[in-house]
Every structure is written in C-alpha cells, then in structure tokens.
Design a binder for this molecule. Structure first.
Ligand code: SAH
Length: 397
C-alpha cells in the first residue's frame, strides 16, 4: 500500500521508461508486483522497482492495466473533476466553440488528449453525451456528472450516458446506457451555420461525426460547380457542405437506411426542395463498381477498417481497393477527399495504400491538403495513438 492507503503497483526494472516519457498507459506485462488489492476501476499509485513514485491512475484488468491521470499524486474528488473538465471547457472556449456562433456541437473531453483516459464527452448545444471506455471512469460517473453541471456557462440540461457498447464487460459495473439528467434524445444542432438533426440515443458514436467539422468546411470550398459523390455519408455532413458550396449535383451513399433517411432530412433542413441532391442506401463497394466518370469530387470516409493492430494488413488492402476504384473512375481534374479513422493505421501506412491505389489505377495524382482531426480532439504529444483521423485531398489529372 502507499502512504495514502492506496494500492501500489510496482513495475519491472526498465518498464518505467515510457511513464517517464509521460505515456499514459501501463501494460499488464510491465507489472512486477501489486501491493494491496487492486479493485477494477480503483485509483492506484505506480512506482518503479526502486520505490520511486511515477504516476496515479485507474486500474483495470486487461492489456492496459493502468490509465494514468497524473504524474503527481492526486485524489479524484469533485474538485479534481471540476478542474479537469473545467480546463477542457476552457480550451473549447478559447477555440471559439462555446460562444454558439454558428457552431453548437463540439467534443468537450477527448480522453488522453484532455488527460482523462477512457472518457469521451461530446457537447450538443446543452446536451452532454458521455462515452466511457474504462471501469475507472464508470466508478466516477456521479462526480463527472456534477462537474459538468457545475460549468454554469455550458447550460447543460441533458446528460446522456451512452456507454453500453464502449464499456468492457466486467462484473459489478452498470453497462447500461441511460439519461443522467433530462430526457431529450435528439435535437437540431448547428455546425458552421448549417443545421443537423442529431439523435444521440439511436445514432452512431455519440450521434454525429464531430471530428470532420473542419474537413467538411474545406470540402465546401472545393465544391462550386462540381459533381459530388459522398461515400459513407452517414447523416449527410459532407453533402450539406457541398450543396452550400455551390455543387452542381450531390449524391450521398451509405449502407444504413436510417442514415440515408437522416441525410435527406438534413438536406431538407438546409436546402428545402433542392433537386441537386439524391441519396442511396446501398453498399459502397457495389456502388463504386460502375460510376464511370460521372463525378469530379468524391469523398471516401469509411468506418475504421482496422480496430486492432492484428488486422492491419487487411485494413490496408481495404483502403487500397476502395481508393483504387475511385481513382479508376473519377473524372479528369477530379478531387478526391479520402480518409482513414483507424487508430491502428498510421498516417504513413494510409498514404502508402493510397499511393499503391493511384499507381495501380495509372492516374497522376497530387496532394493538395493533408488533413487531421480538429483541435477539440487534441492529441497528447506523449500519446501518438490518439491521432486517429487522417485525410488527403488529392487532385487526379
Ligand atoms: N462522413 C460521415 C461519417 C462516416 S462514418 C460524416 O461526416 O458524418 C461511416 C459510415 O459508413 C457509417 O454511416 C456507416 O453506416 C457507413 N458504412 C459502413 N459500411 C458501409 C458500406 N459497406 N457501404 C456503405 N456505407 C457503409
């Protein structure tokens, strides 16, 4: 036990190096001994094998054994959560996201990027949607809720805990999703002046792919007079921006019928009766079989092909096949916005797959923009795994 009565985790010799470089995870293989009983989700102190204090974090049985909250000793009382979540709010405020000038949706807490590993909180104009990925966060949910309600200027009236699919299956924790405050399940939010209907209870992730905000804006600026194909469109984010940017025609494709229904609603919200848009609930790969040169602006934003490192090769093949189909058919002078949101796929690997696809399609291609996630999805410099969204804007001769 530590002096504070807390369970003490002692690392094997040499296994302290990554913590000394502020990487926020302790892998189970690095642990030499556990003094005291390490309860799932409890706060533990981590020491090197010479008894020097290294970090405090949440313990969990599994490959990542400790998720570090700080490299100084600490208590996770209400004051701690108020300060940490308050700081996260402060960054979004500095970014100009909280003043509701055309944008009412942003990521408020981005796990390791906000020094709260295992915790995601998205903000939808007064509603906070929480996704917890660790037992430690689950044990603190009441304090997290109180800290959120304590940010008066956030005016939070609804808190929805959407962790059923993200929490690990462990005895003694309540994995169910549910409202912690209020009971509103959907709303119309605004992003860069456009309106979007978001249903956090039934939608994918927390309801909206907030991480594409800046990239959608850029897409808008490339859309004038173009024939746009939005593949894997979900609820039509890119499509709405393309229409706003003056596209000649916009086609949205997603395999989910529900997503396509919402796409139509979102287009109608922003551009009532606009005949330039059509949406199709079909599989992306079959749609791309035969589009010939109908489009000169294509967006490829597929779901994560690699959720884990061991399926990396399959994922890279998947990106290559998908991009190759687009390269083979996009009209001359076309623009391709292509993305990967797989954490396991590095920026370099993604670029290599796209390179191979272009070479196979025998098209001359130039990189115009290299894209990433926006600053409300910050990445700790010490935790490069947090940089998951990669994108390229390419011109195809
Ligand atoms: N670009 C979107 C987010 C895309 S998320 C936005 O800005 O909001 C990925 C989407 O791909 C999901 O909506 C999912 O339903 C869809 N999808 C998954 N597999 C698919 C497939 N084989 N064909 C078409 N769509 C697919």
């Amino acid at each position: 036990m530590s002096e504070n009565g807390r369970t003490r985790i002692v690392l094997k010799s040499g296994k302290d190096q990554s913590l000394r470089r502020f990487h926020p995870w302790v892998f189970s293989g690095a642990i030499k001994k556990i003094h005291g009983s390490a309860r799932e989700g409890s706060l533990v102190d981590v020491y090197d094998n010479k008894d020097e204090f290294l970090a405090t974090g949440h313990y969990q049985e599994g490959s990542i054994a400790v998720r570090v909250l700080d490299f100084e000793p600490l208590e996770t009382d209400l004051d701690f959560w108020e300060k940490r979540i308050g700081k996260a709010w402060g960054l979004r405020k500095e970014l100009g996201l909280t003043s509701d000038k055309g944008t009412s949706v942003f990521r408020l807490v981005n796990a390791e990027g906000d020094r709260m590993p295992g915790l995601i909180i998205d903000y939808y104009g007064g509603t906070a949607v929480i996704q917890m990925h660790s037992v430690g966060m689950c044990r603190n949910i009441e304090l997290i809720k109180d800290a959120l309600l304590g940010i008066k200027e956030a005016g939070i009236h609804t808190i929805y805990n959407k962790s059923a699919s993200t929490l690990p299956d462990k005895p003694g924790i309540d994995q169910r999703s549910g409202f912690l405050r209020g009971e509103k399940s959907h709303d119309v939010v605004r992003e860069n002046g456009f309106a979007f209907r978001v249903n956090w209870k039934e939608g994918q992730k927390t309801g909206f792919f907030i991480d594409q905000r800046e990239n959608r804006k850029l897409l808008g600026s490339w859309s004038a007079g173009r024939k746009v194909l939005n593949m894997f469109g979900y609820t039509g984010g890119f499509s709405v921006y393309a229409l706003g940017g003056g596209a000649e025609m916009v086609h949205s494709v997603d395999s989910s019928g529900k997503a396509i229904e919402l796409t139509r609603e979102n287009v109608e919200l922003n551009f009532p009766g606009d005949k330039r848009h059509e949406a199709f609930a079909v599989d992306a790969f079959s749609y791309l079989q035969d589009i010939r040169d109908r489009y000169n602006l294509i967006i490829l934003d597929p779901p994560a092909f690699a959720k884990h490192q061991h399926v990396l090769n399959n994922a890279l093949q998947g990106y290559k096949r998908l991009n190759q189909r687009a390269f083979e058919q996009i009209a001359p002078g076309g623009i391709l916005f292509t993305f990967s949101c797989s954490q396991a796929v590095s920026r370099e690997n993604f670029r290599k797959s796209v390179f191979a696809a272009a070479a196979n399609a025998r098209r001359n291609v130039r990189i115009l923009h290299q894209l990433s996630q926006p600053p409300d999805h910050p990445v700790s410099l010490f935790h490069p795994e947090g940089e998951y969204l990669k994108g390229l804007v390419l011109e195809v001769e």
